[in-house]
Design a protein around this ligand. Structure first.
Ligand code: HEM
Length: 133
């Protein structure tokens, strides 16, 4: 039967960063090491300070044994979501010079009536010119 892997974003993982709720990321996998903090031979502090980032390098630098790597499986709760975050959408900005011009008082009082007048005069002129032909 296929297993469903739970995916977590680094932001979610980073929220678990204390001595009563501690998650770490090693090699793309997420580990809840809360219950292991007191038993970790390298100490609890080293695990707590490894939260909120990819701790693979620190884990490897500590030269963990095969036994240590086998123990990790007991604490694995999922994987880091490899999907890049969706870029922020460009939203309408009230202070955008062009859009704020069209919503401004100046545009309502002067520019829009002026544009309508110019357009009207052009249409009338075009009609007169067409009739003269
Ligand atoms: C689920 C994750 C982890 C497990 C199960 C684990 C397990 C162990 C074990 C069993 C040891 C004893 C030495 C050995 O057998 O290799 C150890 C030592 C150590 N671990 Fe971890 N560890 C984990 C994560 C980490 C992380 C993320 C770091 C670093 C940020 C780290 C840093 C250390 C250090 C500094 C030592 C002491 C090495 C020494 O004194 O020689 N460990 N760990």
């Amino acid at each position: 039967m296929p297993t469903i892997t739970k995916l977590y974003t680094m932001k979610e993982v980073a929220e678990h960063n204390s001595d009563d709720d501690c998650w770490i990321v090693v090699d793309g996998k997420v580990y809840d090491v809360t219950s292991y903090l007191d038993d970790h031979p390298g100490g609890a502090d080293v695990l707590i300070s490894a939260t909120g980032k990819d701790a693979t390098e620190e884990f490897e630098d500590a030269g963990h044994s095969k036994d240590a790597r086998n123990q990790m499986k007991d604490y694995c709760i999922g994987e880091l979501d490899p999907t890049p975050p969706i870029p922020e959408m460009e939203v309408f900005r009230k202070d955008d010079p062009l859009s704020s011009f069209f919503t401004s008082k100046t545009a309502k009082v002067w520019a829009i009536p002026a544009a309508v007048t110019v357009l009207g005069v052009s249409i009338v002129a075009a009609i007169i010119y067409a009739r003269k032909k």
